[in-house]
Design a binder for this molecule. Structure first.
Ligand code: B12
Ligand code: SF4
Ligand code: SF4
Length: 343
């Protein structure tokens, strides 16, 4: 007998394929709100907070129908990438953010949602599907929040109750109708730890990150030969992304769980490389170390630039790391007073 094809079996299949979170958005439910939701993104662009990421200005990002005219639902998935290794705190070490420790998430997540999309088409040959993992003009976090995967925290990343914010997000757009999930509620409460810990004050107001000030932007996206002085002086050893606002978040400190996906285990040399070795990294050594890693998207000269800037800041006596200060505090109370029950 043919397997039933409904939102329940779809979710079971997603879980079987290794998706840790899955939820569904019905587009018709958001038709008016979808237009309203474009406003925060447009406001962000108007402020110039996208820095040199001109591709963020793609009009399709603000109108899901331009991405897929027949879209009726979005199936959102979250994949846990947390592993428990800790970086050494001594200043000679370079810091690579967790997203880049293991195999490239575009491949790892992409493989899973592609399999789910193909399975959907096997169940219903009329199904149209398009899938993305940060690979198209789709607002991954916004749809994931609406699909009930978690809420967008003040650091602007999506946080789930079960895994914190260590989730990669992906989605399948489809012409099929499904029973939607409820959007997630907010659980940051009055907490502002991420905002206080950010060494460059990039979180300009709750939920709004100015890329011009963000270490993640400058280490991953900025292709200039030198970094702005304000960033270079406050790098705190970060050479590829920045996890400070996520490391200090009470939800991550309490609820992070080790991933069951072996591909996300760190390559051995990614957790504690020294700044000196990265500042002088050769092409062949880069190719060997970062095979099939998301870090291959950072040009070698950028990696060298980032490491060199941190070495220089160390030599000039960089300021006390706000992160280390926070991480040595006792585990904080959750911002939300009744985190498990309230929803
Ligand atoms: C551009 C981009 C960046 C830029 C800009 C970051 C940013 N915050 O926008 C840079 C290069 C700095 C960056 C850095 C990082 N990124 Co990035 N990035 C993206 C990308 C491509 C688009 C995000 C976007 O739309 N930004 C535009 C602004 C307007 O949107 P926003 O910050 O999300 O703001 C929304 C909400 O805050 C909300 N909002 C605004 N005001 C208010 C007010 C209230 C009350 C509420 C509730 C909501 C709300 O509305 C806005 C949407 O319109 C997505 C992939 C994708 N296709 O979506 C990945 C993505 C967001 N990045 C991701 C990751 C992992 C990171 C890093 C953690 C990597 C690292 N370790 O260095 C850092 C985190 C830095 C940070 N604090 O944001 C993941 C996040 C996963 C998650 N759990 O949320 C994504 C989703 C990729 C993926 N598919 O997994 N990133
Ligand atoms: S990633 Fe780093 S620099 Fe960017 S907002 Fe978070 S703490 Fe600030
Ligand atoms: S640190 Fe606090 S304010 Fe920031 S995202 Fe986490 S709970 Fe929200």
């Amino acid at each position: 007998m043919a397997q039933e094809f409904n939102s329940q079996t779809l979710k079971e299949k997603a879980s079987e394929l290794g998706c840790h979170k899955v939820g569904i958005v019905s587009i018709s439910q958001w038709q008016n709100k979808a237009q309203i939701s474009a406003r925060p993104l447009q406001a962000w662009l108007n402020q110039g907070y996208h820095a040199d990421m001109a591709w963020m200005n793609d009009p399709r990002r603000q109108d899901i129908y331009q991405v897929m005219p027949d879209v009726r639902s979005i199936i959102c998935v979250g994949i846990n990438y947390y592993t428990p290794q800790q970086r050494p705190s001594e200043p000679e070490y370079a810091k690579i953010s967790r997203y880049g420790w293991g195999r490239d998430y575009h491949r790892v997540v992409g493989r899973r949602i592609k399999a789910l999309a193909l399975w959907m088409q096997e169940q219903d040959p009329q199904a149209q599907v398009r899938y993305y993992v940060d690979t198209g003009p789709v607002q991954d976090k916004v749809w994931a929040e609406r699909a009930g995967l978690g809420w967008i925290g003040k650091h602007s990343n999506l946080i789930s109750r079960d895994y914190g914010s260590w989730l990669f997000l992906g989605e399948i757009l489809t012409n099929l109708d499904w029973e939607p999930d409820r959007p997630h509620t907010q659980h940051c409460g009055s907490c502002t730890r991420c905002m206080t810990a950010c060494p460059t004050d990039a979180i300009r107001e709750p939920f709004v990150v100015d890329a011009n000030r963000c270490i993640a932007y400058h280490t991953i996206e900025n292709r200039e030969a030198t970094l702005p002085k304000q960033i270079a002086e406050n790098l705190q050893g970060w050479v590829a992304g920045c996890d400070i606002c996520q490391d200090v978040c009470p939800w991550n400190q309490r609820f992070a769980q080790e991933t069951d996906i072996p591909d996300f285990q760190p390559y051995p040399e990614n957790v504690a490389p020294t700044l000196t070795e990265l500042a002088t990294l050769s092409v062949s050594e880069r190719d060997r170390r970062f095979r099939a890693s998301a870090l291959r998207r950072i040009k070698l000269e950028m990696l060298q630039r980032n490491a060199t800037a941190s070495l220089k800041a160390n030599a000039q006596g960089a300021k006390l790391s706000k992160t280390q200060y926070h991480l040595h505090e006792p585990p904080p109370l959750l911002p939300d007073e009744s985190p498990i029950e309230s929803d």
